[in-house]
Ligand binder design. Structure first.
Ligand code: GLP
Length: 267
């Protein structure tokens, strides 16, 4: 008998509605616990949600005054100010607009002189400040989480990763001034120790990966499948990534009202 995925699924009409739902989830988290530690992925999927959170934070004094951010991953070998870095993305969307100082924004240096020492530094930081209250993740086209790439085994802690061919073609790198030589990422244990996880998935190109994630098979060849081991995962997606009827996958999301957010508890 097939097990149902242990995820809450919020399915929104399109990327904008998904971003609004994700931002609302982040706002609720910060109202409940203003000093939350958030582990944040970057990439195209969460960008708009972070912009919406920053807008809400500026409009609601106190909401974002105590939150702490840890950067999930980074392109190793790009300079910190390279426009393609996760660092620049988080500074542009959240850290800058909310005026978050270095005491509340931590994460990988993108060109560490000693990579192993950098991994130890992040591990130590998490031991002192973690676990995260909420970890926001994107889903890689090959099922990766952060730079936990598919392979024969996965690593539990902060580590240097060999970039997959899919990662090397990520659109974030379209604007890069150089080529990253490796990835720097939190490991699966770091992610799974987060109290809650919010996975954002958008677009028809992610539909096969999301469909696979909903299958009860945990394998390092599809790192996102390890989310089955966590008890508090919310998948926030759009209709393109999770068609109401899989046969409808070509149906334009614009057919649906922008406000139609369907909450499905599948467990
Ligand atoms: C990138 C990053 C991930 C990100 C993922 C999805 O390579 N390493 O942290 O979540 O791929 O990116 P996107 O949302 O642009 O599809």
């Amino acid at each position: 008998m097939n097990a149902s995925p242990p995820f809450d699924i919020i399915r929104a009409a399109d990327h904008e509605a998904m971003s609004q739902a994700a931002a609302a989830r982040l706002v609720a988290q910060l109202r409940r616990k203003p000093d939350s530690l958030l582990i944040l992925a970057t990439g195209n999927t969460p960008e708009r949600a972070y912009q919406l959170l920053a807008e809400r934070g500026r409009a609601e004094p106190g909401l974002c005054d105590r939150l702490c951010i840890l950067k999930l991953d980074e392109w190793g070998g790009l300079s910190m100010d390279d426009p393609a870095t996760c660092e620049v993305a988080l500074r542009r969307t959240l850290v800058g607009p909310l005026g978050i100082g270095p005491d509340r924004f931590s994460g990988w240096h993108s060109t560490p002189a000693d990579i192993e020492a950098e991994c130890r530094r992040i591990r130590q930081w998490l031991a002192e400040h973690g676990p995260a209250d909420l970890c926001v993740l994107g889903l890689g086209l090959n099922g990766h989480l952060g730079f936990n790439e598919p392979g024969d085994h996965l690593q539990p802690g902060p580590h240097r990763a060999r970039l997959s061919s899919e990662s090397k073609q990520h659109t974030m790198l379209d604007q890069a001034r150089g080529q990253p030589g490796y990835g720097l990422t939190l490991g699966l244990r770091d992610i799974l120790q987060s109290r809650e996880i919010l996975l954002l998935v958008s677009g028809v190109q992610k539909a096969p990966q999301l469909r696979r994630l909903l299958q009860p098979e945990i394998t390092p060849q599809f790192p996102a499948s390890f989310l089955w081991l966590h008890a508090a995962v919310t998948v926030c997606c759009d209709v393109a990534a999770l068609p109401v009827n899989p046969a409808d996958s070509s149906r334009p999301a614009a057919d649906l009202p922008a406000s139609s957010i369907i909450r499905q508890a599948l467990h």
